[in-house]
Design a protein around this ligand. Sequence first.
Ligand code: 13P
Ligand code: G3H
Ligand code: NA
Ligand code: ZN
Length: 308
Amino acid sequence: MLLTTKELFETCYGRYAVAAVNVFFMEEIHALFSAAQKAQAPFILQTTPFAREYAHPTMLLKMIEAAAEIYPNTVYAVHMDHGTETHILNALQTGGYSSVMIDASHDPFPTNVARTQLIVKKAHALGISVEAELGVLTGVEDDLVVDKTQSFYTDPDQAVEFVSATGCDSLAIAIGTSHGAYKFSGAQGLQMDILQEIQNRLPGFPLVLHGGSNVNPEVIRRINAAGGCLRTDSTGVQQHEIQAAIPLGICKVNIATDTRLLWTMVTREFFRDQPEEFAPTTPGKNLMKTYESFMIDKFQRLGSTGRS
Ligand code: 13P
Ligand code: G3H
Ligand code: NA
Ligand code: ZN
């Protein structure tokens, strides 16, 4: 059943978080829906504008529709991740999305407010939820690259002003995470004090954690053992920190890097271990199996198992 993110967050706020996973191709969509049906966990499937360009928006949406038919006992939202006006307005027109993110967080505050207001007006007219962002994350995701010097944490006072001025349904905040496989180089982690301040000022308002991947060191080790060359001197978000953020209002945890790393691991190990093989379905099956177990475990950790 397709719900809006607003509906999902009304149920989960303060109790559990909904995994929001970026997908690019069929095997991921299959495995995500399959895991959610097995775990009876609500989820958010999200696509970046880059993913839409890669697969073609129609191909992506039809695959999602097909998955909903194949896995009928699922509760989910379809969300546009890091959208610009062009992508969002196009998505509103073609349909299929129950939620969109307008990412104007790199703009000055008044511009961010104005751009978000416009999307809220258009999306709400169609019953579609809007996520907006205040504060800037660093890192790399698809074609979005942000340098460390441009990042800043969300200001709790500004967050109140932003939410009331825009009417957005959820707010992505910057509390120390970044996109990609290299988030933290030392002992620093999430800025829980800032998160607590934001919740104090916006009680009951759904907050979103971008850059939510754990970056499992064992996965990195296996990738590198199979010919990869990924850095081992940094970490992802610790799962216990994500769990501590849930009672403080984090309702949505974005995951892209972790599932991309699974693809890298499975594919590299396939070519290393079966050099005589050339059937794409073999690593495809391995990926779906590995991805499904990862998601079932992730739902458990976010507390969303059995909630759909
Ligand atoms: P990760 O790079 O941690 O997976 O973050 C994903 C994300 O925020 C998608 O918008
Ligand atoms: O959303 C409803 C849940 O399935 C029930 O949650 O056991 O925490 O009340 P609960
Ligand atoms: Na998003
Ligand atoms: Zn993001």
